[in-house]
Design a protein around this ligand. Structure first.
Ligand SMILES: Cc1cc2nc3c(=O)[nH]c(=O)nc-3n(C[C@H](O)[C@H](O)[C@H](O)COP(=O)(O)OP(=O)(O)OC[C@H]3O[C@@H](n4cnc5c(N)ncnc54)[C@H](O)[C@@H]3O)c2cc1C
Length: 533
């Protein structure tokens, strides 16, 4: 068995993630291998059978923004030992890893084989693969390549009772065999198959107009028309509430290290929206379609003006779009870029085209300057990740932006917006002081108004960070009571005793979340995570 720790220091370290919530675990366990994970689950299952429920929370690097990497029972920390690449087939690009591996380290290895894993989160220098699978993470390349769920081919998962299963797409015949198993795995296959059959009409409606989604349980791609069946998509984005992932097999893409970047300045939102829609409509999708607004630029100018030197000058445009093409083949890439440039010029944007990687890096600084906002502190005032993950259908992009500005104005807050314009998935973080009663109340008022805005536009409360604890009370609003009841049944099927990360995703009240709100917010733990062995 790996280490088990109960010291106050260890428990305090794991009492926060990157969310505004906190909860102290009773014990920290560092599993050495899958067998340790299995033994931990078996232990809590046996106790639960006798009426004592001890929650298990799987943890990668704890950069979760939704409070889903917190728990009151056993904190199962994967990065210490379970961080190996098990297999890498450089021909097919299929790679199998343990969940605690650092995302950026895996990416570096893949690059040396001319491959990459496209849905990397902006936090990849700190975060793990297990966390990306837990949250169905995505990032700047998702507009073209899709999210984590699109790349997970199969998983090894430790179930709530300690049984280990291997997921992957099964033919109708293979499914028949699983349905006949006299094990917990067999029970799960039978119950999920029946649940899907009974609720197909609701599940079909789950697929909305958004381009990616991390809220709820992903039921729509488990059973296909050909009768094939795969539990993998359900575990991706489940935030450790259905099983503990002990191994992940990914497909990867060919890495093109020489993209071209277009930087487009817009003087109004209407034109920016027109550009996003038209660029999305082309046969060659940009490999990134990112934005920052003028409020962000003004804030950066005030807080760290050096970042903008020689990159962007005043007067600032209303919106800056960064549009990248990584099309393989020089001629093909040039063609895609020329077409995009033409579209942007026609719409009335000011466009710069850059193919030199060093110059491109300079322009990417504009987008990455959002880190200035995230890291900004004035006394107790911090930029809080409380309304940072809403996504709407791309055609509602402009309305979403306008709604955000109105929300900030109503609440007398400074708005700065950045994010994944191509997916109409925007990030905002209001400056508030959690030690002040007024600001604590405002936190939940803002969350309420924000959820109404995003859901009113046909969107999802979570594009990539997960609803976790923080946003879970809004899940019923997003999907309606019938679909929510299906989610509750999913949870009941996989986790009948409620040992797997309870209080995350379903069965969460706003009052329970309010009681977990921190009295001050920092991201300090990210910089001092336990050393990897
Ligand atoms: C500054 C900043 C920027 C960010 N940018 C992005 C971004 O661009 N895109 C994005 O998607 N997210 C982003 N995030 C959120 C977060 O970093 C990512 O979702 C990341 O993938 C989480 O990885 P982690 O290792 O920190 O996981 P953790 O925070 O430790 O865990 C995340 C979830 O996964 C579950 N989990 C972890 N390991 C396992 C396992 N082995 N089995 C089952 N469940 C498991 C946990 O229980 C938890 O629910 C950002 C966060 C910060 C602080």
């Amino acid at each position: 068995m790996g280490e088990v720790m109960t010291s106050a220091d260890a428990r305090r370290f794991f009492a926060t993630d990157a969310s505004v919530l906190s909860m102290t675990p009773a014990v920290v366990v560092y599993p050495r291998n899958e067998n340790d994970v299995r033994k931990t689950a078996r232990f809590t299952w046996q106790l639960a059978e006798r009426g004592r429920v001890i929650p298990i929370t799987a943890r990668g690097s704890g950069t979760d923004l939704s409070g889903a990497a917190l728990g009151s029972g056993i904190m199962l920390s994967f990065p210490a030992h379970m961080h190996k690449i098990m297999e890498l087939d450089s021909k097919s690009g299929v790679v199998t890893v343990e969940p605690g591996i650092n995302y950026a380290k895996l990416q570096q290895t893949l690059h040396t084989h001319d491959r990459f894993l496209p849905p990397y989160p902006a936090s990849m220098e700190y975060s793990t693969i297990g966390g990306a699978v837990g949250n169905n993470s995505s990032g700047e390349k998702t507009v073209k390549y899709g999210d984590t769920r699109d790349y997970v081919r199969s998983l090894r998962v430790v179930l709530a009772n300690g049984e280990v299963i291997q997921t992957g797409r099964l033919s109708k015949r293979e499914l028949g065999k699983k349905l006949g198993l006299a094990t917990f795995e067999g029970e799960i296959y039978r119950a999920i198959d029946a649940l899907i059959e009974e609720n197909q009409h609701l599940i079909d409606k789950m697929v909305s107009g958004v381009t990616k989604n991390s809220a709820g349980y992903a039921l729509s791609d488990i059973k296909r028309r050909d009768g094939s069946f795969d539990l993998t998509p359900l575990f991706v984005g489940a935030q450790g509430t259905l099983g503990l992932v002990s191994e992940v097999t990914f497909e990867t893409e060919v890495f093109v290290p020489t993209p071209t970047l277009l930087v487009a300045h817009f003087d109004d939102l209407e034109k920016a929206q027109a550009a996003v829609l038209e660029l999305r409509d082309q046969s060659e999708m940009p490999s990134a379609l990112e934005m920052v607004d003028d409020n962000l630029l003004r804030l950066v100018e005030r807080l760290n003006p050096n970042l903008l030197n020689n990159v962007i000058t005043k007067p600032f445009p209303r919106v800056v779009l960064l549009i990248e093409y990584d099309t393989p083949g020089e001629r093909q890439q040039k063609k895609a870029v020329r077409k995009a440039e033409k579209i942007l010029n026609k719409i009335g944007a000011t466009v710069t085209v850059e193919s030199d990687p060093r110059q491109q890096e300079k322009y990417w600084m504009i987008r990455h300057s959002s880190a200035v906002v995230v890291g900004h502190t004035e006394g107790g005032i911090k930029a809080l990740p409380i309304i940072e993950d809403g996504i709407v259908p791309p055609e509602r992009f402009k309305e979403y932006l306008e709604g955000l500005y109105a929300l900030f104005e109503r609440n007398h807050l400074q708005a700065a917006v950045w994010g994944h314009a191509g997916d109409a998935h925007l990030h905002v973080q209001p400056f508030l002081d959690l030690s002040q009663v007024g600001d604590r109340q405002k936190t939940f008022k803002l969350m309420d108004e924000y959820a109404s805005l995003v859901l009113g536009l046909g969107g999802s409360i979570s594009g990539e960070h997960g609803e976790g604890r923080l946003r879970a009370p809004y899940l019923i609003k997003q999907y309606g009571p019938e679909m929510y009841a299906v989610f509750q049944k999913v949870k009941q099927i996989f986790d009948p005793y409620g040992t797997l990360n309870p209080g995350v995703k379903v069965n969460v009240t706003l009052d329970s979340v309010k009681s977990l709100l921190r009295s001050g917010y920092t991201l300090d733990h990210l910089y001092g995570h336990l050393p990897r062995t």
